[in-house]
Design a protein around this ligand. Structure first.
Ligand SMILES: Nc1ncnc2c1ncn2[C@@H]1O[C@H](COP(=O)(O)OP(=O)(O)O)[C@@H](O)[C@H]1O
Ligand SMILES: [Mg+2]
Length: 220
């Protein structure tokens, strides 16, 4: 999937307070299968940007073209369908549902087809190293295991692109590296476009491009 942004601008309007312009004039062209590391200090707008690219929030102005289609010209139902069929998302905090098992959590995005998709979910959980944790609840897992379960959930709809918002920001360094490696491997093996917010320089260097949101400059 090719993702192009044109003059993307986001302003948070706050009741009875100053509005916050997070960014203005963001222009990107992300090719299918590319791996992008998005870096920059806290508060610069990384989360805001990938929520918009992942069609979870609308920009104030500007366009996001996915394979040439102007997504925000469409209604919420279209955005939702587009997300369900093409996009996987990993958050800094896993957001797994506490009352569902790991296997059930992975099946959530495809709940209407959960019987049909169960063997695929098991395969994906094997691949992320959680074959013996499928019947466990999220609170019974370590931080790294929770993020690997969140990755499995992001993979269940065979996405063309995965957005990962500091998925290891909450983990110790070694566990974080391990999770990011599995994320990279999944992207490589399935030609999934990866847009990753990370503070891990080593990993950022392994991506195709590093975009610094503070300066707007590309670092490799
Ligand atoms: N819902 C919101 N309402 C008002 N301001 C917000 C909201 N969400 C984020 N912001 C502000 O927008 C800026 C960018 O936030 P964010 O995208 O979370 O940055 P980052 O992910 O790079 O740390 C920050 O100044 C933050 O305070
Ligand atoms: Mg953030």
């Amino acid at each position: 999937m090719n993702i192009i942004t044109e003059n993307l601008r986001k302003v948070y309007i706050r009741q009875n307070a100053d509005s916050v312009e997070v960014f203005n004039n963001i222009n990107m062209d992300i090719k299918s299968g590319e791996k992008i590391a998005l870096v920059g200090p806290s508060g610069v707008g990384k989360s805001t940007l990938i929520h918009i690219l992942g069609l979870m929030d609308r920009p104030t102005s500007g366009k996001v073209l996915i394979d040439g289609i102007d997504c925000f010209a469409s209604n919420d139902a279209y955005l939702c369908k587009m997300r369900r069929e093409n996009i996987g998302f990993m958050f800094q905090f896993h957001y797994l549902l506490a009352d569902f098992t790991v296997l059930e959590n992975v099946l959530l995005p495809v709940w209407n087809d959960k019987q049909k998709k169960e063997s695929e979910a098991r395969d994906i959980l094997n691949r992320v190293g959680l074959s013996d944790r499928m019947k466990h609840f999220p609170s019974e897992l370590s931080g790294g295991e929770q993020q690997r379960a969140a990755l499995a959930r992001a993979l269940i709809n065979n996405p063309k692109v995965i957005f990962a918002d500091e998925p290891t920001g909450n983990l110790d360094r070694n566990t974080g590296k391990e999770v990011e490696k599995i994320l990279f491997d999944s992207s490589n093996n399935n030609n999934i476009t990866l847009i990753l917010v990370t503070h891990n320089e080593e990993l950022a260097k392994k991506s195709d491009r590093i975009i610094n949101m503070n300066t707007g400059e590309e670092m490799q």
